[in-house]
Design a protein around this ligand. Structure first.
Ligand SMILES: [Fe+2]
Ligand SMILES: [Fe+2]
Length: 279
């Protein structure tokens, strides 16, 4: 029997090793996209994604305040930066397969699945690019501690597709657009061409992930007769911990369909006169 897309997504989520996870995900993505191009789409199906994806034993996961601070001017600091990006990309692989498997009860056009399969495939490429850079520098993914709590956004929005789209692509991935040019500058200054190229690839491909988020968020709001901007504000305030931090990459955010009146009001704490909700 043909393995459904949801079953394939869960298989990726249950694979612990990063290189093995991304290789499997890329194979499933190629098969999904080939079947779509042939006009014979694979079934979406249903599956039970784990609350947390399988991960390798290393890196050790630490709370942000326990993470060692390293200067980006040093080789060690630049390695730590690549390691942090590799960790973000591996989380992104799982986040995209998770949105595919988690919300199959919500009727969505096949284009929704095309977009997240493509995004998952991009993230697999990005993780491998970062691993290649680390290995070229004599290190590897798992050599340093990494940020715990990156999966929190997924757990917080486990039963809310609107909230998942608002927080993951439209807040977290949009933040990537803000900070990546600064990272590219660090490696340019150090004259390290490999990481510069890899980060430029990541930067150019991330715009589409934010765009997929805003496209499907707006689509869902339109289906349900909700105001997208007001809905976005209330969901981010509910699920995202803290305020958004400028400076924003206004140009790339615009390319991705994120207007300023979506994110600027979220740089301020809520001022409706009510105390914050208990969480
Ligand atoms: Fe990425
Ligand atoms: Fe992404």
């Amino acid at each position: 029997m043909t393995q459904s897309l949801a079953e394939r997504a869960v298989e990726v989520l249950m694979t612990a090793d990063g290189r093995a996870k991304t290789a499997l995900g890329r194979r499933h993505a190629a098969e999904w996209l080939a079947a779509r191009a042939a006009g014979t789409p694979l079934p979406i199906g249903q599956a039970s994604p784990p609350l947390r994806p399988a991960r390798p034993d290393a890196p050790e996961l630490l709370s942000p305040r326990d993470m060692p601070r390293r200067r980006p001017g040093s080789t060690m600091g630049r390695n730590a930066l690549l390691h942090a990006v590799a960790h973000i990309e591996l989380n992104a692989v799982d986040l995209h397969w998770d949105i595919i498997a988690r919300f199959t009860h919500v009727p969505m056009p096949l284009g929704f699945y095309d977009d997240w399969v493509r995004a998952a495939d991009d993230e697999a490429k990005h993780f491998n690019l970062m691993c290649d850079c680390l290995e070229a520098a004599g290190s590897h993914y798992g050599a340093l501690p990494a940020h715990a709590g990156m999966w929190r956004a997924a757990e917080d929005t486990v039963d809310d597709l609107f909230g998942r789209l608002a927080v993951v692509p439209m807040v977290l991935e949009a933040r990537g657009l803000d900070v990546t040019p600064g990272m590219i500058a660090v490696f340019e200054k150090a004259g390290e061409a490999g990481p510069v190229e890899a980060l430029k690839t990541i930067y150019s491909e991330e715009v589409s992930h934010v765009a997929y988020g805003s496209k499907w968020f707006n689509w869902l709001c339109g289906r349900d007769g909700l105001d997208p901007k007001d809905t976005f504000h209330s969901l981010v305030r509910r699920y995202f911990h803290g305020v958004l931090k400028p400076p924003f990459n206004e140009e790339k955010r615009a390319d991705a369909g994120l207007p300023p009146d979506f994110y600027w009001p979220l740089t301020e704490p809520e001022t409706d006169g009510f105390p914050p909700e208990n969480s």
